[in-house]
Design a protein around this ligand. Sequence first.
Ligand SMILES: NC(=O)c1ccc[n+]([C@@H]2O[C@H](COP(=O)([O-])OP(=O)(O)OC[C@H]3O[C@@H](n4cnc5c(N)ncnc54)[C@H](OP(=O)(O)O)[C@@H]3O)[C@@H](O)[C@H]2O)c1
Length: 350
Amino acid sequence: MEVAKWLIGQGVGKIFLASRSGAASEDLKRELEQIEGSEVSVEAVAIDIANDSEVKGLMQQINEGPLPLKGIFHGAMVLDDGFLMDMDRERFSKVMKPKILGALNLYQYSDTEALDYFVSFSSISTFVGNKGQANYIAANAFLDRFSDYLRSVDVNGITVNWGVLGESGAVARDGALSDHLSREGLKGMTNASALAALEVAMRSGKSQVGAFEIDWDEWSVANADIAQSALFSNLVATHVNHESEEIDVVALAMAEAIASLPEDERDERIQALLCIGLSKILKLSEKRIDRRQSLDNLGIDSLMLIELAIAIQSEFGVRVTTMDLLKVANIVELGHLVTSKLMETLGRAA
Ligand SMILES: NC(=O)c1ccc[n+]([C@@H]2O[C@H](COP(=O)([O-])OP(=O)(O)OC[C@H]3O[C@@H](n4cnc5c(N)ncnc54)[C@H](OP(=O)(O)O)[C@@H]3O)[C@@H](O)[C@H]2O)c1
């Protein structure tokens, strides 16, 4: 809708907003009412972009109208996040269809010779990855290359790899997700800056443009393994070295504090700290956390596992991967894992 409003400001005469729900949502109805009466006609149509006959039908409807189709913005998206080992064909297909079949249908059934542009919305996650989004990243990776294909057949294809859109869209609607991404360094863009970036991308003459706000310091701490890969090491080298020194200092201080406790109190202290961290993630009093329950039964989903790994790193200074978290039976075992990492740190410092 924000893109539609921006297009209206650019003097576009007619806009079709295609989604499966059409004008069914109350929010959209209100937005459309506000536009009503202006010189621009905005029509919400209910179609599944992955369904070729429905897209063909829409294109016929457009062709029968007075104005030719001059531009396409392909932003359809469905999410179904989860660890790769929990993914199956159906979950990949659900996320890939609207992006990939949507792009192919729009290309196949539109009069591409008349198009001034064909813009596809992809994500920064195809550059930097994002845990739990293999299906989404694969779908977007298709769009990243699709614009190259479009250009090879003389269509002005542009893929925009968005970072976090802070004021509208799926992330903005989910406060917990935007907080999580912000802690990982991905900051929300305002609509104004996103639309300014869109204009730059469309004028750039390039097939792919990234538009994002990222704090590389925070990103490199949350993604230390990827940050040290050849792709990013030059970009974030200073930050990674600086942060990893800092983490060791935290780990050493924590290890010394734990080692100074009587042996029979150490487990209790570590587990209590883990429960405090978990209670913030689960938004639950730490007293209600059963330390012998599996993390799964405590209601920790894949995003929360990532948050827990980040919380452990910041509280204890040691790195625990989400894979480690999947392997531990409960908080008691997690406490043992953290203790052993702290003791390793103490050993290295000695
Ligand atoms: N929001 C962000 O921070 C962000 C970040 C990076 C990239 N992006 C990209 O930007 C685009 C827009 O994201 P958003 O956050 O605005 O998403 P959104 O608010 O969830 O909107 C996605 C739209 O896609 C429609 N849709 C889904 N499946 C469809 C289908 N099969 N046929 C037709 N329409 C379909 C949905 O409507 P129905 O459910 O009614 O069909 C909805 O209107 C996406 O391509 C996304 O990958 C967004």
